[in-house]
Design a protein around this ligand. Structure first.
Ligand SMILES: [Zn+2]
Length: 409
């Protein structure tokens, strides 16, 4: 019996690498073979753990390397690589049979290590980075439980699940709107070190269907070199809106936009032409859209407040701040930048942010506004984005065909 629902819950996790994009070699590796001039077999190896307030000199002294050698290493121009030690770091030190220091290994992270080698009478310190391999993988699934659990079942890490929810945050409420039968397909990067999986990378493309498959949401990553520009749909439309719905993260709305209300401080009827967000003093306040700070200072009633002029006719206002962020009057700010902190300056009974959204000077209810989309794909990326996104879209479409066939077996 044909079922329009693509059930992939019981399929094995797909970890097939797609033919694109190419493997990324992030770092060069250094050939250390040439500096190993004689046999390490006769060397004595010591593993020294750096104590609190420990130093390279202390570590070397503990294995009887004279202070003159520490001094010699300290004079190398990149000596800081070996002297910036932290408590708990481990140095492996090799001493030859004539009691000469031959080599130090200092692993800084899984992918980075510093090595000191003796060459003749000189020492040199090398930086050695393990290349990280980026692979491309796919995950597909149908919502049967929650997006989080079904995403996990499909092989996505918690980080990728959060990323996916972020990418579609303006279009889909992943907690309330996804229903059993909704589907997701993700093409994403995974990172490997020496063939060992170390974590997920970027999401390259994703497709989510909602509303009984009547609605399809696509997202394609646009990068400039290593820099992420954003996620856009197949028409190049930005998946972000020009404004965040809320200027604070964990919202407790204490007073909504009301044409008329009784003001608790003024003790009279007055319109409330903004939204109040209650929260502890010091809670960061994010600017809701890109723009320019046109006022930063004191206003009667508003206390410490900031006014931001956005493209064209939009303006946002943030009041009662305890303290401003680093952006001064005249600064350009980007959506999400912290411009200040919740306080209770001005006419406020308790700590809260008073937030206003104005269009052509007219106050609007930001909780009910339909926000315009953020900037589409910039002209200079248009051709490349079109090519890449079409390629990705056909990959995503092919995935659905493959799955449908699989589900018939
Ligand atoms: Zn208010």
């Amino acid at each position: 019996m044909f079922s329009p629902h693509i059930s992939t819950a019981n399929l094995p996790i797909e970890r097939t690498a797609l033919p694109l994009p190419p493997v990324d070699q992030e770092a060069e590796s250094v050939d250390v073979q040439s500096v190993r001039s004689f046999s390490e077999q006769d060397w004595q190896k010591h593993v020294v753990k750096i104590p609190k307030n420990g130093s390279l000199g202390g570590a070397l002294a503990s294995v009887n390397v004279p202070a003159s050698i520490t001094y010699q290493i300290g004079k190398l121009k990149n000596s800081n690589l070996l002297t910036n030690l932290r408590a708990g770091d481990t140095l492996t030190i090799w001493i030859d049979k004539h009691d000469n220091l031959q080599k130090i290994l200092y692993p800084k992270s899984k992918t980075l290590r510093y090595e000191l080698h003796k060459q003749g009478e000189q020492y040199q310190i090398q930086t050695i980075e393990e290349p990280i391999q980026i692979r491309t993988e796919i995950a597909t699934g149908t919502i049967s439980d929650s997006f989080y659990l079904d995403g996990k079942k499909a092989g996505l890490s918690a980080k990728s699940i959060m990323n996916l929810a972020d990418i579609f945050a303006w279009d889909i409420d992943f907690i309330r709107e996804l229903r059993p039968g909704d589907t997701f397909k993700v093409i994403y990067e995974t990172r490997y070190l020496n063939n060992e999986y170390i974590g997920d990378g970027n999401i390259i493309a994703a497709q989510v269907t909602t509303n009984n498959k009547h609605e399809t949401h696509n997202a394609f990553l646009l990068k400039d070199g290593d820099k992420i520009i954003g996620y856009y749909n197949e028409q190049g439309k930005n998946l972000k809106k020009a404004f965040l719905r809320n200027p604070v993260d964990y919202v407790r709305i204490t007073s909504r936009f009301q044409p008329k209300r009784y003001h608790p401080v003024l003790q009279k009827w007055r319109a409330h032409r903004g939204v109040d967000y209650g929260g502890p003093i010091g809670t960061p306040i994010h600017v809701t859209g890109n723009g320019k700070i046109v006022f930063r200072g004191w206003g009667h009633g508003y206390g410490n407040y900031i006014k931001v002029q956005h493209a064209g006719k939009y303006m946002t206002v943030y009041g009662h701040m305890s303290k401003f962020g680093k952006f001064k009057k005249g600064s350009w700010v980007k959506q999400g930048d912290i411009i200040g902190y919740i306080g209770k300056t001005g006419l406020a009974t308790g700590p809260h942010l008073h937030y206003e959204f104005r269009i052509n000077g007219k106050h609007q209810d930001p909780l009910k506004m339909k926000f315009p989309a953020a900037q589409p794909v910039a002209k200079k990326y248009a051709t490349e984005f079109k090519k890449q996104s079409h390629l990705m879209l056909s990959q995503l479409d092919r995935l659905s065909t493959d799955l449908r066939m699989a589900s018939f077996e």
